[in-house]
Design a protein around this ligand. Structure first.
Ligand code: NAD
Length: 409
């Protein structure tokens, strides 16, 4: 695919995924209009474009899937495709997910007897639940709605607070607006029950009840042999225990996760906040993925993180390119999208670890970055590729050399 022009690639994606001419035009030519943008956010003055590419080779739960990725970083899409290719031999990515349950927090303050208040709230759960569900008939009609409640007692530097968590199945919505509405609606009842004063009523981005998982087996022969397997397991062991390494390990995962999140018009900050807070849930910030060597000597990668994404609400239905990207993915539910997103995170992470465990990350990365350096030096048209190729062959990729080559040309 990388040998085609952008227009040829788009045509191929349209043929493979059944995108209409109009949907293809949104992606390839029209993009978001200024008027549409003006309806999305405030004080609009323009648009900033981000490249949209398609990662290939993904087999997810037995299905061939093309992955639209929006990212400004070179080598992300190539690496994801490469990682996915190496998982194919053993069947690709196998996924699972919890129900799409989000939490809304209600902070009750001024309570003299937190244990008593907690029990009083729990005793009235069905009444609270009824009131919450009355706020969103549409969600309830789709099989969602409040499914439970937890009440925490939280000692803070100010006072001991009672924090109620509404657990809400958000079906195909990311759900922040949906649960915030519920939290605001039940707050007066909670004040009445506890005699306290409610302040915050808001979704928690630590969406630990809405996680997706993926695993893949990478055959040792396919990835460079048992030494590579061992090196990746060692790299994983460090990221599972050391926050300094875990941060970069997880950044690599988020290269893939954020690119698909953005391409589908979802809230990338919500996904980032969820991922990093989940990584720190034990009290130590750890990696979101793990690698082991199985009994056959092959590498087994696993990943688990919250994926609060939706197919309705937010910008997903409003942004025409996001809508077309959802169609490319062929997903029917938010759950499907979450499971694809974590698979991309795992492929991305595996590709980075493999590069680190073998030739190092810089060679491939800088080769792909060389074109950016050439452009930064002022190259245009054919000169970009000529200069990038020359710098790559010299193993000397920097702005000074690019400028020199441009002058020579
Ligand atoms: P939303 O309110 O636009 O859409 C959700 C609603 O769609 C549901 O409440 C339901 O009534 C309806 N719906 C129709 N079909 C549905 C189906 N099949 N499944 C589920 N619901 C269906 O959006 P939302 O998902 O509640 O909230 C997402 C938005 O909230 C994003 O734009 C996000 O950026 C923003 N947000 C995020 C935060 C945060 O993460 N902290 C806080 C506030 C707002």
């Amino acid at each position: 695919m990388y040998k085609l022009t952008p227009a040829e690639r788009l045509r191929m994606v349209m043929e493979k995924t059944g995108l209409s001419e109009e949907e293809g035009a949104w992606i390839g030519q029209r993009g978001l209009s200024l008027d549409q943008a003006d309806n999305m956010v405030e004080n609009v003055i323009g648009l900033i474009q981000v490249p949209l590419g398609v990662a290939t080779n993904f087999v997810i739960d037995g299905k061939e899937t093309l992955i639209p990725m929006a990212t400004e970083e070179p080598s992300v899409i190539a690496a994801a495709s490469n990682g996915a290719r190496m998982a194919r031999k053993e069947g690709g990515f196998i996924t699972s997910a919890t129900d799409p349950v989000m939490r809304a927090l209600i902070q009750v303050t001024g309570i003299a007897d937190p244990q008593g208040a907690r029990q009083a709230l729990l005793a009235r759960e069905s009444e609270i639940s009824r009131l919450a569900n009355e706020q969103d008939h549409m969600l309830v009609s789709r099989g969602g709605g409040m499914v439970g409640m937890e009440v925490e007692i939280v000692p803070t530097r100010m006072e001991t607070m009672v924090v109620a968590h509404l657990l809400v199945d958000c079906r195909d919505a990311m759900g922040a607006n949906a649960v915030n509405t519920m939290a605001e609606a039940v707050a007066p009842l909670m004040e009445e029950i506890t005699g306290g004063k409610v302040f915050l009523r808001i979704v928690s981005n630590l969406a630990d009840r809405r996680v997706a998982r993926a695993r893949a087996v990478f055959e040792a022969g396919e990835i460079g042999g048992s030494e590579v397997v061992d090196a990746i397991v060692l790299a994983s062991a460090l990221a599972e225990s050391d926050p300094y390494r875990a941060a970069t390990h997880n950044k690599g995962i988020m290269n893939g996760v954020a690119a698909v999140t953005l391409a589908t018009g979802n809230d990338s900050r919500a996904v980032e906040a969820g991922a990093h807070s989940y990584a720190a849930r034990s009290g130590i910030y750890r990696s979101l993925s793990q690698y082991e060597k199985n009994g056959d000597g092959d590498l087994v990668g696993t990943i688990e993180l919250p994926v609060p994404v939706g197919l309705v609400g937010g910008a997903t239905r409003v942004h025409p390119v996001a809508r077309a990207n959802v169609k490319i993915l062929g997903v029917e539910s938010a759950d499907d999208l979450g499971r694809i997103i974590v698979s991309v995170g795992l492929a991305q992470n595996f590709a980075a670890l493999r590069a680190l465990a073998t030739e190092g990350i810089q060679r491939g990365h800088m080769r792909l970055h060389a074109r950016n350096v050439a452009v930064e030096a002022g190259a245009t048209g054919d000169a970009i590729d000529t200069i990038a190729a020359k710098m790559a062959s010299e193993g000397n990729i920097n702005l000074e050399r690019a400028a020199e080559l441009l002058r020579e040309l």
